[in-house]
Every structure is written in structure tokens, then in C-alpha cells.
Design a protein around this ligand. Structure first.
Ligand SMILES: CC(C)(COP(=O)(O)OP(=O)(O)OC[C@H]1O[C@@H](n2cnc3c(N)ncnc32)[C@H](O)[C@@H]1OP(=O)(O)O)[C@@H](O)C(=O)NCCC(=O)NCCS
Length: 270
């Protein structure tokens, strides 16, 4: 059996810029936490969020909304925000980007993604910018991933023995960039073109972007998914997120990483 996502995990992004630490965290909540999260929704969601969540009739969206909101709140709690989770809101901006409303302190920069497996939120110092994406590794959608590649990317893929997987990585990196930029995927994919995609380890890749040279993307393969994070190019990302979200069943997790992990965070407390 391959790796699976943990039920919940928090990883310090270990961001550095100009030698200085920049606060940043990632918080993963698996959909296995959905039932426990529903039980605690009233304590964790702001009244406006709770009212909106209760209007969501499509179970998949209700779960992604709930897990996403809780993941953001837990990510910013890990950054040191002590305000009770129900006292502030993860609202949606005009481009549907997530914004924090009702925080007494300067709101951290945040980005959010969800898939059937769960929700991942990243948060960092307000002076920074970041974008995140999680996508299943899905060979049945390979034609879609290939269809939005640029001419330059296609030339690279022709020489790639893992072209479908790489096209999946490129999609996710572009989606993460589109969130950092707040334009979403309404922007033509060619504009978001990736360059210099290269492996940095067995499961980790980095890239740059032709038209957004101030950003750098990092992507991982974890539990049959791609996880992509885009941050400013001159800010470095540490190694703690590598595999921090996953565990090899039934082996016990490697505790040496700078992460807190749990399979049974039954109370979902931030
Ligand atoms: C951004 C986008 C690529 C995300 O795709 P998705 O399939 O929903 O994928 P994910 O689950 O990875 O991400 C969802 C989260 O992205 C965030 N998001 C949505 N739009 C965003 C944007 N423009 N910028 C940054 N983040 C955005 C939200 O937090 C959202 O979660 P939420 O709805 O629970 O708050 C997609 O929504 C998109 O292309 N949006 C374009 C903007 C748009 O069409 N806006 C409509 C009104 S103007």
C-alpha cells in the first residue's frame, strides 16, 4: 500500500528571506475529520460562516467549505493568533479569494485548497504572498493537463518519460500561482507558463514562471496527490513540508520532521 494522508498535520513552512525567518505554516485536514469537524462546527465557525455552511446542500461542498475554514483557522493559530476561531471569518473576496475578517491583529496572508481527500491551508506573515493547490494524481485527466500546456512546456514533455505526471504537476503549480496572483484559472494558461521545472529530491520539484519571475513554485507528490506551493522567488521554503502530510501505513510516522501530526485529532481544536 502507498502513503496516505494523515488525518491532520501542521508543518512549519520554514520560510526565510534575506537570512531572516518569515513566519509561515501549512495545515492539512483530511476528509476523515469531516464528521468530527461537523460536530464542532458551532464552536469553530464564525456565525456568518456557520449560517452559510448550513445553506450548502451539496455534501461535497459543505465538507470542503467546513474543512477549509477550519484548516485556515488552525494554520493561523499555529502562527500564534490566539483569537477564538468563531470570533473571525474566512470570507471570500471579489475574486473568491479567501480573506480574514474580524481579526484584531494584522491578518496573515492565506491561501486555501481542497480536494476529495481533504483541505490544505497555508498562512504566513502579512508582508508575504503565497498560493497553494492540491490535486489528485489522475492519469484519466492527463489529456486535460496536457491540453493547457504551452508550446515550450509541450516540447519539454515530449522528452519526459513521466509526461502525464509532469503535466499534472504543471497544472497544480499554475493553479497555486493563480491563487497567489488572485486571478485564478480565468487567466490563459500560457500566461502562467512554468519554466525550469526540476526535481529537488525524489518527490519534490521546483519551477519558475516565464511571466512572473518574482515567484517560485515547489511541488510534491504525496499520497497520490500533487501539493504545490508558490511563494516569492527570493524567499526560501524549508524541508518540513516534505512528506509531513503523509504516513506509510501501518508504520508509525517519522517524528524527526518539524511537524505535529495526528491520526486521531478527534476534537479538531485549533
Ligand atoms: C482559484 C481557482 C483556480 C480554484 O479552483 P478550485 O477548483 O475551486 O480549487 P481549490 O479547491 O484548489 O481552491 C479553492 C479555494 O481557492 C480559493 N480561491 C478561489 N478563488 C481565488 C482567487 N481568485 N485567488 C486566490 N484564491 C482563490 C478559495 O479560498 C477557494 O476555497 P473556498 O471557496 O472554500 O474559499 C478557481 O476557483 C478559479 O479559477 N477562480 C477564478 C476566479 C473566478 O472565477 N472568480 C469568480 C468570481 S469573479
Amino acid at each position: 500500500m502507498g502513503r496516505t494522508f494523515l488525518d491532520a498535520a501542521t508543518a512549519d513552512l520554514q520560510l526565510r528571506r534575506g537570512g531572516e525567518l518569515v513566519s509561515g505554516t501549512a495545515r492539512w485536514l483530511s476528509s476523515r475529520m469531516a464528521a468530527a469537524s461537523r460536530d464542532r462546527a458551532a464552536a469553530l465557525l464564525h456565525p456568518t460562516e456557520l449560517a452559510h455552511w448550513q445553506t450548502l446542500t451539496v455534501p461535497r461542498r459543505a465538507t470542503s467549505y467546513l474543512l477549509g475554514r477550519i484548516a485556515v483557522k488552525q494554520a493561523i493559530a499555529a502562527l500564534g493568533v490566539t483569537q477564538p476561531p468563531a470570533s473571525f471569518e474566512v470570507a471570500s473576496g471579489v475574486f473568491r479569494h479567501p480573506i480574514l475578517s474580524g481579526l484584531h491583529a494584522d491578518p496573515p496572508a492565506i491561501s486555501l485548497t481542497h480536494c476529495d481527500a481533504g483541505a490544505l491551508a497555508v498562512a504566513c506573515d502579512p508582508g508575504h504572498v503565497l498560493g497553494v493547490d492540491v490535486e489528485p494524481l489522475d492519469p484519466t485527466r492527463a489529456h486535460v493537463f496536457h491540453s493547457v500546456t504551452s508550446l515550450t512546456e509541450r516540447a519539454r514533455l515530449r522528452a519526459d518519460p513521466n509526461a502525464d505526471r509532469t503535466a499534472n504537476l504543471l497544472w497544480s503549480l499554475k493553479e497555486a500561482l493563480s491563487k497567489a496572483l488572485r486571478c485564478g484559472l480565468t487567466t490563459p494558461f500560457e500566461v502562467l507558463e512554468c519554466t525550469e521545472l526540476q526535481p529537488e529530491g525524489p518527490q519534490r520539484w521546483t519551477c519558475h514562471f516565464t511571466n512572473f519571475s518574482q515567484y517560485r513554485g515547489t511541488a510534491w507528490i504525496a499520497a497520490d496527490h500533487v501539493v504545490a506551493v508558490v511563494i516569492p522567488k527570493r524567499t526560501t521554503l524549508g524541508l518540513a513540508l516534505d512528506l509531513a502530510l503523509t504516513v506509510e501505513p501501518p508504520a508509525v510516522a517519522d517524528r524527526s520532521l518539524t511537524v505535529t501530526r495526528s491520526h486521531h485529532e478527534a476534537n479538531g481544536t485549533p
